[in-house]
Design a protein around this ligand. Structure first.
Ligand code: MLY
Length: 266
């Protein structure tokens, strides 16, 4: 977690590299301040069942992001959200909208114990105040990404990580995010207004670690680490299949664990 790559040297040596302008992203130019504390409870859409609102606890804090665990779920399904995510609300929001808080998918107890479980969960809990929740930025009007542009992106297979990345392909509202120095196993398609992609230097701005690029000389960056082979041609990225026309993803570009894609965030 101490990884703190900076782009500076790479950008100095590659003056012609394309950097995705901040206007491409659904992110505030200034990252939102993280005012949550460990243990605070809030309402979050269940990432495995987005129509359900559940109670979640903050189990990690990194930059403008929260690591969340749904109450009544196990610790194998933690997920990360920005503090300005439209998926997050203070406790009481759901009821005010006429809804009911739901047990998470995979609720580990007897379903009939849900109401008492909920009562015990919220009794005396540290409830995240309204002031912690930040306004979600608007989506850019259209997809302005171009092939070759550099960005920072969440590794969906290791969602605590944000890494140097390059746009490998553009198809309508979809972009193919490829991870610099990795051979393609972590690449994915997402909408241009995903909340999991950030402008270059965003990690630094929000005080979040940025992973160094991998050592495989895959796309763009040629890191000068021990064992890398200078002058070796980049290998062609794998799995460059475009998304299907109905906006879903082909199975091999889906993250293994979580079926969530931030493109469903409102
Ligand atoms: N231990 C894992 C971590 C890979 C992370 C790749 N990201 C940064 C693109 C592995 O080596 O598979």
């Amino acid at each position: 977690s101490g990884s703190n790559y900076t782009w500076d040297e790479y950008l100095k040596e590659n003056e012609n590299v394309l950097i995705a302008p901040a206007s491409c992203f659904k992110q505030w130019p200034e990252p939102p301040i993280n005012e949550f504390s460990y243990g605070m409870k809030l309402e979050a859409a269940d990432p495995r069942n987005l129509t359900s609102m559940c109670v979640a606890t903050v189990v990690g804090i990194q930059g403008s992001r929260l690591r969340l665990r749904l109450d009544g779920s196990d610790n194998k399904n933690d997920f990360w959200r920005l503090v300005d995510s439209g998926d997050l609300h203070t406790i009481g929001y759901c009821e005010k909208q006429g809804g009911l808080l739901q047990p998470p998918l995979g609720f580990s107890r007897n379903p009939s114990s849900w109401p008492s479980f909920m009562q015990r969960t919220l009794n005396g809990a540290d409830i995240a105040p309204e002031s912690c929740f930040k306004k979600e930025p608007a989506s850019p009007k259209k997809n302005e990404f171009q092939v070759g542009m550099k960005l920072e992106a969440v590794d969906r297979k290791n969602p605590q990580l944000i890494c140097p990345a390059t746009i490998g392909s553009v198809n309508g509202d979809q972009i193919h995010v490829t991870f610099d120095g990795w051979r393609g196993a972590f690449d994915y398609w997402c909408r241009y207004d995903s909340r999991e992609i950030f402008p270059v230097h965003y990690c630094k701005l929000m005080n979040h670690p940025l992973q160094p690029p991998g050592q495989k000389g895959a796309v763009g960056i040629t890191p000068k680490f021990k064992g890398s082979k200078p002058g070796k041609e980049p290998s062609s990225p794998l799995a460059l299949s475009p998304p299907s026309s109905n906006g879903t993803f082909s199975s091999h570009s889906l993250p293994q664990k979580s079926p969530v894609s931030s493109n469903t965030a409102s």
